[in-house]
Design a protein around this ligand. Sequence first.
Ligand code: NAG
Ligand code: NAG
Ligand code: NAG
Ligand code: NAG
Ligand code: NAG
Ligand code: NAG
Ligand code: NAG
Ligand code: NAG
Length: 499
Amino acid sequence: MLLFNMFRVVTIFALFAVFDRGCWATSYRFPDNFLFGSATSAYQIEGAWNESGKGESTWDRHTHTHPEMIIDGSNGDIACDSYHKYEEDIELLKYLGVDFYRFSLSWTRIFPSGFPDDINYEGINHYNKILNLLVANNITAMVTLFHWDLPQGLMAVGGMLNPRFVTFYTEYARTAFEHFGDRVQYWLTFNEPFQTCVFAYGDLMLAPALGISGIADYLCGHNLLKAHAAVYHLYNTTYRPKFKGKIGISISADWFEPNTTDDEVAAERIRQFWYGMYIQPVFSSKGDYPDVVKEYIAYHSSLEGYKQSRLPQFTPDEINYIKGTYDFMGLNHYSTYMASEAPNISLETSYYNDYQVSLSSAGDSIANDSNGLLEIVPWGFRKLLVWLKDTYDDPDIFVTENGINDLDDVIDDKRRISYYGQYLEALLEAIYIDNVNVIAYTIWSLMDNYEWYLGYTSKYGIYYVNFSDPDRPRIPKSSAHFIRNVFGNRTVVSYDKVD
Ligand SMILES: *[C@@H]1O[C@H](CO)[C@@H](O)[C@H](O)[C@H]1NC(C)=O
Ligand SMILES: *[C@@H]1O[C@H](CO)[C@@H](O)[C@H](O)[C@H]1NC(C)=O
Ligand SMILES: *[C@@H]1O[C@H](CO)[C@@H](O)[C@H](O)[C@H]1NC(C)=O
Ligand SMILES: *[C@@H]1O[C@H](CO)[C@@H](O)[C@H](O)[C@H]1NC(C)=O
Ligand SMILES: *[C@@H]1O[C@H](CO)[C@@H](O)[C@H](O)[C@H]1NC(C)=O
Ligand SMILES: *[C@@H]1O[C@H](CO)[C@@H](O)[C@H](O)[C@H]1NC(C)=O
Ligand SMILES: *[C@@H]1O[C@H](CO)[C@@H](O)[C@H](O)[C@H]1NC(C)=O
Ligand SMILES: *[C@@H]1O[C@H](CO)[C@@H](O)[C@H](O)[C@H]1NC(C)=O
């Protein structure tokens, strides 16, 4: 089955190559205005969890009270110690030759309780120092407002499940715009709505690990979309005239390929459940949740005895309020999976039952899902980009994360170079052959860091960080040199393909 799929993709490429006069991807150059960058997030790198007036986040609480829910029992108390080493981090960015740096703000450094009462100016000063240093080095800032470290204080009122979350989040965003807006060109409201809601409120993988699947995940997503729209409108009307920046949201989307030709409908359905339900309300002229998502959740709800669908409904006013609230589409992409129809209907209330699809590995390489390594499937990236263009009326796509993991410390990381080389070629093909509007590309991640429930066991950095050393030294991996050459030449310089 994999051979069949691989064969089909190879055939399509060959056909394009003929139309394109035999041009190899590697001969393409990135457009002159295309932007390159690298990314991190606050909880994953900062450490200093209780310093300088910072309040407790859900991740502090979760890792301190439930270390058994983290593979290696670790936490982000120190992480990469970037709170103290941000100057060194900016040196790494300079070596890479990035145009921009994507990082996130820790909400509880700014409002320690989460409630918009007393601002902690030590937190404001910290991010001012980073932004000023970026400006001094001609590196554009892309700031994620929310990358999962919710103030623990908000959990007393249900966190993101409380409709008032929209107000608390908007006041936090307003404070960030006021203090930092003059030096931030790109804002992201949320990182990965699917993981934020399904893995943290529906499942047990991410803090606060509520595990109320099929209910809490939908409530969270509903409030998240409203909060995103509120903050977009706030920026659009009040801050854009002054600061001229752009604002969007980062959607995580892996590609789902039909396992057999009978699985086309299943593959499309899981795309709609995993990301379409967060993209369509914002990016489609139709607005609202996708019909297939509404139908399947309503159907399963009724089978389970609910008198109403577990998926909340938007009012027509809300649909219009959320629709069109983007300047670009942020996209986090990692790998590809095969999707198959799963006809058996369980009566257990669960997000995963609602969509009736099972997934399997798309890989034929040495790595597979069961050992925790991601598969290298560059054609899935290209197909996803074409699907996004076709499904959502050709938005500007800003790739806000792309990368692959190692399970050990690998400094000469040939597999990561192979991944980046192939994914960047697929990206160039999407731009030049498929005419997808991709405007920027972001490496995940600048350095090895705290990978949530995987602790320090899964490493995505192009810089190695020695977590046994109190100084947390950073050492460039082979991929850091490769990426520097790609960014500097604005093309995919030669590399060896390995699995
Ligand atoms: C995918 O298809 C193959 C046969 O083509 C089958 O063996 C496998 O079980 C299918 N995977 C799933 C998850 O159904
Ligand atoms: C901060 O947390 C550390 C443990 O990570 C602890 O040793 C230290 O006393 C705490 N500091 C404050 C000010 O609470
Ligand atoms: C700053 O960066 C921009 C684009 O990233 C570049 O065009 C410009 O030449 C740079 N300026 C300096 C002083 O390095
Ligand atoms: C953003 O503001 C502009 C200028 O006021 C307005 O034309 C546009 O409709 C606004 N965008 C949204 C999505 O409301
Ligand atoms: C289908 O789901 C039901 C309810 O969860 C379960 O009892 C049954 O064993 C499943 N059947 C198959 C063939 O998997
Ligand atoms: C997948 O990985 C596991 C663990 O390393 C290994 O035992 C298994 O043979 C691998 N499967 C395939 C198909 O490569
Ligand atoms: C990491 O740090 C420890 C403690 O300082 C040291 O023993 C070890 O050699 C370092 N590892 C690497 C790869 O630098
Ligand atoms: C371009 O890439 C080559 C290696 O392929 C490297 O030697 C050179 O320094 C790079 N140029 C720039 C401007 O980065």
